[in-house]
Write a protein that binds this ligand. Structure first.
Ligand SMILES: Nc1ncnc2c1ncn2[C@@H]1O[C@H](COP(=O)(O)OP(=O)(O)OP(=O)(O)O)[C@@H](O)[C@H]1O
Ligand SMILES: [Mg+2]
Length: 242
């Protein structure tokens, strides 16, 4: 069974037709990455899954259950954690208060376990959200989503705007979560590192899937990455080495 299965999604903003029949699946216990240029439709795909921007056509299934017309809160309660672009943490609440915001869904993730995964957050638990660095804010957003004990986690560009060392740390945590059994859909513009950690990759271009295959296969084909995902040779070379 797939954690998430998307079939033939067509999504619009008003009259603008953004997704043109997007289909993809996130295998249980695997890390799937969705890559693509600016404006390709990655965020719209995530919003369609969460029904934040309801698709006009197509189907979404989560662990075999059709969720297409469900309200967002019910999709979340069914086990889908969503960390949107831009780290929506509460700037005036402390780290610990931010972590206490989500409605609890019982499971292995507790505040204590989240602190073990993110020791930095424990050190800063009394600091307010706005006092955190970009990397710490991203960790807080991911930590908050984990406390919902999701069975599948959707991350929208967690590395955006972070310094290279912190980016590496975020990717390390993402693959650690996969190793702990969480199914993950990772939306990224950092092509190289996403392909390093992912099991399966999709590339979206202009609202349509243009690559669907093993991440390792795409990683080995630099020319293809450049033509599909728009990563320039410089970006590819400048990415820090393992
Ligand atoms: N609220 C909106 N109203 C109208 N058009 C929108 C809206 N949000 C996004 N779009 C358009 O939909 C298209 C897809 O946007 P989307 O945000 O899904 O792309 P993306 O792949 O996530 O890009 P990025 O890498 O920049 O985050 C773009 O052309 C964008 O301009
Ligand atoms: Mg986006």
């Amino acid at each position: 069974m797939s954690a998430i299965e998307i079939e033939g999604l067509h999504t619009y903003y008003g009259k603008s037709h953004i997704l043109h029949g997007v289909s993809l699946s996130v295998a249980e216990g695997k890390l799937t990455t969705l890559l693509g240029r600016n404006g390709a439709g990655k965020t719209t795909t995530m919003r369609s899954v969460m029904n934040l921007t309801p698709p006009r056509e197509g189907h979404v299934r989560v662990f075999g259950q059709e969720t297409t017309r469900w309200p967002t809160f019910r999709i979340a309660a069914h086990g889908v954690g969503y960390v949107p672009e831009g780290r929506r943490i509460f700037p005036n609440l402390s780290v610990e208060e931010n972590l206490k915001v989500p409605l609890e869904r019982p499971g292995p993730w507790t505040i204590q376990r989240v602190y073990e995964l993110f020791p930095r957050l424990e050190e800063r638990k009394m600091n307010r959200g706005r006092q955190l660095s970009g990397g710490e804010q991203e960790m807080l957003s991911i930590a908050r989503a984990l406390l919902l004990n999701p069975r599948v986690l959707i991350l929208d560009e967690p590395s955006q705007g972070l310094a290279p060392l912190i980016v590496r740390e975020v990717f390390r945590i993402v693959s650690q979560m996969r190793d702990e059994g969480i199914s993950i859909l990772l939306v990224e513009q950092n092509v190289r590192m996403s392909l390093e950690v992912a099991d399966h990759a999709y590339v979206l271009d202009d609202g349509a899937i243009v690559y669907d295959g093993p991440a390792a296969e795409l990683a080995a084909d630099e020319e293809r990455i450049q033509s599909l995902a728009g990563a320039t040779a410089e970006e590819w070379e400048e990415a820090p080495q393992q």
